[in-house]
Design a protein around this ligand. Sequence first.
Ligand code: PAF
Length: 305
Amino acid sequence: MTTTRTRPVIARTRGELARALAQLRAKGSVALVPTMGALHDGHRALIRTGHTLADAVVVSIFVNPLQFGPQEDLASYPRTLPTDLAACREEGVALIFAPSRDVVYPRLPLVTVSAGPLGAVLEGASRPGHFDGVLTVVAKLFSLVQPDVAVFGEKDAQQLVLVRRMVSDLDLPVHVVGVPIVREPDGLALSSRNSYLSLAERDEARVLSAGLRAGAEQAGGGADAVRRAAGRALDAAHSVQVDYLALVDPASLQEVGPGHEGPALLALAARVGPTRLIDNVTVTLPPAGPATASLRTELAPTTDR
Ligand code: PAF
């Protein structure tokens, strides 16, 4: 449904941001939704959650160079500002912060946030320095916007773990909220990078969520059964090159052992053609014994999201 709301204020400089924020703060609390643009229904879900948590929603749109490796897609990352602005307007966003690179980084930062060991596993193992770049820009956005609450998607599960850890370790005065993954009817997790996929690749990409679902369905059999089932499903798709498939503790991000009980994160990254995609699901591993696992049903293909 398309509804027309009041046009959001667009701030491109620090001064414009400060002036617009002063007006919003006079009226109540502020939720920040940090994005790199190319907004899709997953971002809309973040904005809608923001509305439930604060009086006004601020969306930042900034493709952060610090979080891209030298061989990565910084130059080709989709930039769709006009449609992003329209989406923000439809979603009742009060303020859009769309700064240039020079506004965010007036000089090369010598002091940055280090993600530490949690940033070196999974995505961090394949993308060295990625999470230092993410945390540095998120810390800057928190300083510039000073939101009461910040909303992040659970698709970037490791990012969410690290942002929470940064907020806790550095005593940042912001409440961080995660929002479940939004999926296509066939299960593919929404991502700005899905726009890179050809029609054939888009079809093949279904196997990512199908593999996670196959793993999650085996939760009753324990951690090894989950890994085996997901691995088998992904191996069957010859055109998909798996970067990692891991079943990890949701806080420490360390691989869980066969006796692990309770929630675990089944996470993967894979290349479909040249496009690297990530996805994850939380599985609840039962105490040793027969199938008492409860699965989250978030991976079930749906037509109603
Ligand atoms: O999730 C993203 O889009 C980015 O990593 C973020 C949090 C906006 C930082 O650039």
